[in-house]
Design a protein around this ligand. Structure first.
Ligand code: GL4
Length: 815
């Protein structure tokens, strides 16, 4: 086999050859898209070679593998990353310049695969990056949604959702692997297995079968030869599904019915984050992912191993939230019904194989499925769940004799008000380790949501605080800062050893260094201003404080609290045009689930406030509000490097961790935040002096919620009252008082997340922000210290903790 060369000449040669043989065109007639595709293929060739060597090394070592099961991956653009990881950007720039194009032109063709909603999906991508970087043998499994997270546009300020046809021009980064396809069943009936006197083994005859066609994306490690893969499954009809006779009879729609039904399974990502979408098709998706992946895991296991005893020694499966939890029952079904293991052995293998990460505390995000739905779609799995629950409750009864209430609380089956399967309970019962994603989150999980389980099995519970990859979110997103850091620290080893950022603390008092730090931030803000102007038409001032709130629109995150602050500033500036306030750009970014009407209305209000503020001749000189549409990973990479202030203002006890908070701190933004999620750990590390803290803590919030009267805050705080009244008066709706009335009613009526209670503290904290901003050198010093002390939040550290405490896997070096 000819291997790819490593020189500029080799690279150039391969480009020409790929343009010619893969795209079937020539330099003279190539389009921009041909240019991008050709470059992608040429970079991909370099990864493929590493992947082949990785596969060989893994085969040879026969190590324990991590299998990461996740319904979501938010990978971000691939080109820039893969150029960096193959160290070929240095070739591309001169070649592109010769041809009269820029790398940025080519990158504009690179479509990000939006196969996730938000933090949970992006975390999966960061962990996969770090596993490869640390040479951990790992495979990610997911769904190849034909349509990813919807594209967000605004019409009259209201969110409209457009389909994300992400593979329309082809995806040069993936490889189909048709030989590894799997067959998956749904519906049907079960019957006793003749050879099993215990009755625990049964036979399932599915009523519908579909194929799972895999393809994989390459996941290179940085600074190493390892290339792992994420295997994505796409649903296809079984071969016999096309009804030729009906087609012949002119019944075109009926002829393809089965095909359509099968392919709908992987048609679209459910656009919900932290809320449940309990549709049967979603359960079908989840089981489809799990069934294909487990068969593939077993196929891989059997390439090098025989017998089942060693299975947990070679296979560790991480369940990313409850979405893939049906895997617990599917592995039991495979082992008991198909491979004829006895129940107890199968259960012991299953429990030792799985671990579960919980990503939320919100009850509405903890999946439960109506028993009737599971019974219909997966009749055998429902039987297995009952059996698992039966043996589990026997165990509980032995530990707490006669404690019926506890049995009811722990049961995998919820009885009231309707019978449902509690997926989180199934996950905990079927796993060796259960982890939360930040210290507070893990503590609250054990004290509230999963309290009875934490009492029963305290040793099962772990904390693994989330992290983010510094390769994408510092090096790629912020090349200017990266260069300055590398110059200061002497080399690039901080990219794989992020604690080395501490070396920056030593120059946090050096005025010359601070000057350069500020120059980097300013240049990034100039770039962001260009992006913002292109997408919104609004011109923003790169010298204004860049105040950023980027995350899904969700009530618990409290975008409305931020908006009340903006409206207060607007009112003040209108009343006192000469008031000495700090010039600010408030940038929001985020999508709302299409069915989440209150948050879609809030998006509309943000746009309306933006319009009013930005067109007011007096106010707009000091204040701008922007909401660039379609916030995604690509846009995050533009915004984060330019941020001065990071808004992390969720009600304490609601945000499991957050990861945007980490990305922003690493890039030198100062956080204004509550004691929620990983904010607490960020503050502990960067220092209380370099963090703007406000608001209720989790305990105070829980206490207050019990007897809460939002109207009392409205009555007693004139600024708050004025801000809310400004909305109620129709100021942002051309005098229409009804349009945003539901926002006002929700704040004054229930205010579920205590925004009004935290309003005054938030305002006062923003005043401390303004005061601090006026001393630019002191601000820069705090900014440096935020970066310097955030090394802990590398996902490399997160993965090391999973390896040491949960997975017990060792790296395999690839030659
Ligand atoms: C989330 C949490 O809401 C978020 O705090 C956390 O950082 C992320 C990754 O652990 O997981 N859970 C869900 S659901 N969506 C998220 O983003």
């Amino acid at each position: 086999m000819r291997s790819v060369g490593s020189t500029l000449a080799d690279f150039e040669q391969d480009l020409i050859s790929n343009l010619y043989y893969q795209r079937g065109t020539t330099l003279e007639s190539a389009s921009g898209s041909d240019g991008y595709q050709t470059l992608a293929l040429t970079v991909r060739d370099r990864l493929v070679e590493r992947y082949a060597r990785t596969a060989a090394a893994h085969y040879e070592a026969n190590p324990r593998f991590v299998y990461y099961l996740s319904a979501e991956y938010l990978l971000g653009r691939q080109l820039g990353q893969n150029l960096l990881y193959t160290d070929t950007e240095r070739f591309v720039r001169p070649i592109a310049a010769d041809l009269g194009v820029t790398l940025e032109d080519l990158e504009s063709y690179d479509v990000e695969p939006g196969l996730g909603n938000g933090g949970l999906g992006r975390l999966a991508a960061c962990l996969m990056d770090s596993m490869a970087t640390l040479d951990i043998p790992a495979v990610g499994y997911g769904i190849r949604y034909e349509f990813g997270i919807f594209k967000q546009a605004f019409r009259d300020g209201a969110q409209v959702e457009r389909p994300d046809d992400w593979t329309f021009y082809g995806n040069p980064w993936e490889f189909p692997a048709p030989d590894d396809r799997q067959v998956v069943g749904f519906y049907g009936t079960t019957a006793a297995a003749l050879d099993d006197p215990t009755g625990l083994r049964r036979q399932w005859t599915p009523g519908e079968v579909v194929r799972g066609e895999p393809s994989h994306m390459l996941v290179p490690g940085y600074g190493t030869q390892t290339v792992n893969i994420i295997r994505l499954w796409q649903a296809r009809a079984s071969r016999q599904s096309f009804d030729l006779s009906r087609f012949g009879a002119g019944q075109y729609k009926e002829a393809v019915e089965d095909i359509v039904r099968a392919e709908n399974i992987s048609k679209v990502l459910y656009p919900d984050d932290s809320t449940e979408q309990g549709r049967e098709l979603r359960l079908k998706q989840q089981y489809f992912l799990v069934a294909c992946s487990l068969r593939d895991i077993i196929r891989r296991y059997r390439l090098r191993n025989t017998g089942w005893d060693a299975f947990p020694a070679k296979v560790v499966i991480q369940l990313n939230d409850t979405h893939p939890v049906m895997a617990v029952t599917e592995l039991m079904r495979l082992l008991v019904d198909e491979y004829k293991l006895d129940w107890d052995l199968a259960w012991s293998i299953t429990r030792r194989t799985f671990n579960y990460t919980c990503h939320t505390l919100l009850p509405e995000a903890l999946e439960t499925w109506p028993v009737a739905v599971v019974e219909r779609l997966l009749p055998r799995h429902m039987e297995i769940i009952y059996a698992i629950n039966h043996f589990f409750l026997q165990e509980v009864e032995a530990t707490y004799p006669g404690d019926l209430d506890r049995l009811r609380r722990l049961s995998i089956i919820q009885e009231e008000p309707d019978k449902r399967v509690r997926m989180a309970h199934l996950a905990v019962v079927g796993s060796t380790a259960v982890n939360g994603v930040a210290e507070l989150h893990t503590r609250l999980l054990a004290a509230t949501t999963l309290r009875d389980f934490a009492e029963l099995w305290p040793q099962k519970f772990h904390n693994v605080t989330n992290g983010v990859t510094p390769r994408r979110f510092v090096r790629l997103a912020n090349p200017r800062l990266s260069e300055l850091i590398t110059e200061r620290l002497g080399d690039e080893s901080w990219l794989t050893d992020l604690d080395r950022l501490e070396g920056l603390a030593g120059v946090a008092d050096d005025p010359a260094f601070l000057e350069r730090w500020r120059a980097v931030k300013r240049a990034n803000k100039v770039d962001l201003a260009a992006h913002v102007e292109r997408s919104t038409g609004v011109v923003i001032d790169p010298d204004a404080l860049c105040d950023v709130m980027i995350k899904r629109f969700h009530e618990y995150k409290r975008q409305h609290l931020k908006l009340l602050h903006v409206i207060m500033l607007f009112n003040r500036l209108r009343e006192h045009p000469d008031l000495d306030v700090v010039p600010r750009t408030v940038l929001f970014g985020g999508k709302a689930a299409p069915g989440y009407h209150s948050m879609k209305l809030l998006l509309r209000l943000v746009n309306a406030v933006a319009e009013t503020v930005n067109t007011d001749p007096v106010v707009s000189r000091r204040l701008k509000v922007v909401l660039p549409p379609d916030y995604n990973v690509t846009r995050a990479q533009w915004i984060i490097p330019a941020a001065d202030l990071s808004e992390q203002i969720s009600l304490a006890g609601k945000e499991a961790s957050g990861t945007g908070n980490m990305k922003l701190a690493l890039n030198g933004a100062l956080t204004i935040g509550t004691l929620d999620g990983a904010n607490i750990e960020i503050r502990d590390r960067v220092g209380a002096d370099n963090f703007f803290l406000f608001g209720l803590d989790a305990q105070e919030a829980a206490d207050l919620r019990r007897d809460y009267h939002p109207r009392a805050y409205y009555e007693s705080d004139p600024d708050l009252r004025a801000a809310i009244d400004t909305i109620a008066a129709g100021t942002f709706a051309k005098g229409d008082r009804s349009l945003f009335a539901p926002v006002v009613d929700s704040m004054l009526g229930r205010d579920e997340y205590l925004a009004l209670a935290d309003y005054r503290a938030y305002l006062e904290c923003q005043e401390r922000v303004e005061h601090a901003w006026r001393d630019q050198e002191a601000w820069a010093r705090m900014s440096v210290l935020n970066s310097a002390r955030s090394g802990f939040f590398s996902s490399d550290r997160t993965v090391r903790e999973y390896c040491d405490r949960i997975w017990r896997v060792e790296p395999v070096r690839v030659a």
